[in-house]
Design a protein around this ligand. Sequence first.
Ligand code: PHE
Length: 453
Amino acid sequence: MNDSSKKREHWATRAGFVLATAGSAVGLGNIWRFPYMTGEYGGAAFILIYLLAVLLLGYPLIVNEMVLGRAAQRNPVGVFKVLAPNSPWWLVGALGVFTGFIILSYYGVVAGWSLAYIYKVVIATVVPGIDHARVFQDHIGSVWEPILWQALFMILTVGIIAAGVVKGIQRWSMVLMPVLFVLLLVLIVRSVTLPGAEEGLVYYLRPDFSKVTGRTLLAALAQAFFSLSLGMGAIMTYGSYLDNKDEIPSNAMIVAGLDTGVALLAGFALFPAIFALGFEPSAGPGLAFITLPAVFAQMPLGAFFGVLFFILLAIAALTSAISLLEAVTAWLMDEKGWSRKRAAVVMGVVIFIVGLPATLGYSVLKDFSFPGLNKDLLDTYDWISNSIFLPVGGFLMAIFTGYVWGAKRATDEANKGHNRFKIGRWWAFLIRYAVPVLIFFVMALGIYDTFFR
Ligand code: PHE
């Protein structure tokens, strides 16, 4: 049931839309994931592949999602119902909403860790005798505490979404994103000016092409989707709050640029400090939560910089989490006629519950892993959504625009508004051929590498 009598909210300003969308894109993916992936998958070699993925897949797909959202003025499921009525294409939107659900469920867990860390380090500086290098291991190993912090993070997310597009999402993005940029700069300056910082830069940036395999390509592709919030309809939902006069091609470019910039810069905040203080970067997700706290514990004024870092992480997570919840909320509002508040609260609770196994994967469910995957539960949620669902979603959205709705129509739609920069035939070419073919081959290769070697 569509409640078209109520007018759809629209972004109040261009900056509001750009910062909200950049807020969605810049998240744990940039600060928690990108640096450790770069370190693990061959430094500058990985960065190069990643940049190609952003240019060839990321940019065209951001434009695509913004265009579809604006053209239909609906949530991800509604987009396909409006643009291709009486066809099964709405299932693509449904897969997207479901994926958003899964991502947010474990996202809240990691974000909760950041909040807990901030609190505990502050406590540790006033109560002597707490070893804040160990704060994290103790924290995730306990049962109730991480759940409480995860709940708190979900409450913040629900609160912002319940307040609406302009009064919630836009307002908070305008406040939080500038703070995020400043924090990141402070941390980079601290990190690169430590004596011995060069070694970290070498580790981060030295290309190692021997690490480039099918699995690396899939990792870069998955990371590009995740980092740019693509393939599940978050950008589509934000696009549905755009007016016809708003520019899409240039705004999409700014968002892609900011997101990529922050990801690259995060490595400069992390690796120089890690090496300068004599640590080895741990491979994998432990980098931010296990290695870094140890690094901060050694650094002069480390508690201060540690708190800044985890505030940065929490802000990045919050502005992304709201976009995930907004996609789900918009679906219930548009398609089922729910009120915004009810949709946000009910979904917040359900998503929190779905996330519980991921939290408990470090305590009660520590020894559980799906056969053949060899990942803890949180990594499993992460891997399935990023390596499978998002690329499949992006693939189908490209096919939809390229061959069902029409690339020409989409190009015209994107170029509405008073654009200084317009997209052209090259965009249609990317959407029809390059994007689907690349996604298909990279996924096939990566899955083969992961399971059959
Ligand atoms: N882009 C976010 C990040 O980099 C994650 C995200 C994925 C947000 C999909 C919304 C949709 O952390």
